[in-house]
Design a protein around this ligand. Structure first.
Ligand code: NAD
Length: 281
């Protein structure tokens, strides 16, 4: 049977390390503060925001919460971001996405000062990642690198195939694997003979957004399989982009859903907040 890559355990370990770091920073007079903005009351967003605030409280990060009504205008939201950009006590600004349709997501992302862009979505952060300069990295792919490293999985020289080319997962994942000296292929909805390409992978990252699409026909024997997808199956249970029961017997390591990639995203967000405060010093 494969090694199960335990994201719950690894994220808990990262949070403990951050808690210690924040306590040390506090002793040196440095505090860490994240501003979290939610527009409207989408239930899934409320759960994500709640989890982020809980993680902040655990680690010792102050969180400022802005719950704005659905009717908030783009101008009002950008004005709030502008104020938070100026505040010296705020290290990170996060606007929970998606925002209501009358607000431009792009305008919101661009409004956040790059030095407070703890989600790593600002074009400057993405550009910095692309050319190997310092900047915040999108939390989910950054978490996947931690999962691999902390599980002792070598990336350098490996064939890495990513299924999906989204701005928040697929593309930054490709850049991060490249930075770790992997040989990277990005596949997408127009890729021909997808199975043939994915079967080359030593490390396969599925971020395709289709429940249990990836069966063992897509996987080389002994590959490491990282499942980014989050879905509810017909019994309302969580499942991923990978058909876990089918793939697990043929791979060497795999992330489960839940308890794999999911918990890493918040841990890396917390890491970015702490880094932002440390860098400002
Ligand atoms: P997305 O919908 O933005 O992107 C999906 C990508 O898959 C696209 O680039 C598309 O080209 C590709 N694709 C679609 N159908 C395909 C096919 N048949 N063959 C090959 N490629 C195909 O999704 P996303 O935002 O990148 O998220 C992907 C999944 O990861 C979703 O299930 C999402 O819920 C999940 N997710 C999880 C976390 C986490 O914290 N674990 C974070 C972000 C996203």
């Amino acid at each position: 049977m494969p090694k199960i890559i335990n994201g719950k355990e690894i994220s808990a370990q990262i949070k403990e390390e951050l808690k210690e770091k924040v306590a040390e920073m506090k002793k040196a007079g440095i505090s860490v503060c994240l501003a979290v903005i939610q527009v409207g009351d989408d239930p899934a967003s409320s759960v994500y925001v709640g989890n982020k605030k809980k993680a902040c409280a655990y680690i010792g990060i102050t969180s400022l919460s802005y719950e704005l009504p659905e009717e908030t205008t783009q101008e009002e939201l950008l004005a709030l971001i502008g104020e938070l950009n100026k505040r010296k006590d705020v290290n990170g600004i996060l606007v929970q996405l998606p925002v209501p349709e009358h607000i431009s997501e792009d305008a919101v992302i661009r409004a956040i000062a790059p030095e407070k862009d703890v989600d790593g979505f600002h074009p400057q952060s993405v550009g910095a990642l692309c050319i190997g300069q310092q900047g915040f990295v999108s939390c989910t792919p950054a978490g996947i690198i931690q999962l691999l490293k902390r599980s002792g999985i070598e990336i350098a020289g490996k064939e890495c195939v990513i299924i999906g080319r989204s701005n928040i997962v697929g593309k930054p994942m490709a850049l991060l694997l490249l930075r770790e000296n992997g040989t990277v292929t990005v596949t997408h909805s127009r890729t021909k003979d997808l199975k043939e390409v994915t079967k080359r992978a030593d490390i396969l990252v599925a971020a395709v957004g289709k429940p249990r699409m990836i069966t063992r026909e897509y996987v080389k024997e002994g590959a490491v399989v990282i499942d980014v997808g989050i879905h509810r199956n017909e019994n309302n249970k969580l499942c991923g982009d990978v058909d876990y029961d089918d793939v697990a017997p043929v791979c060497s390591a795999i992330t489960p859903v839940p308890g794999g990639v999911g918990p890493m995203t918040i841990a890396m967000l917390m890491n970015n907040c702490v880094e932002s405060a440390a860098l400002r010093q």
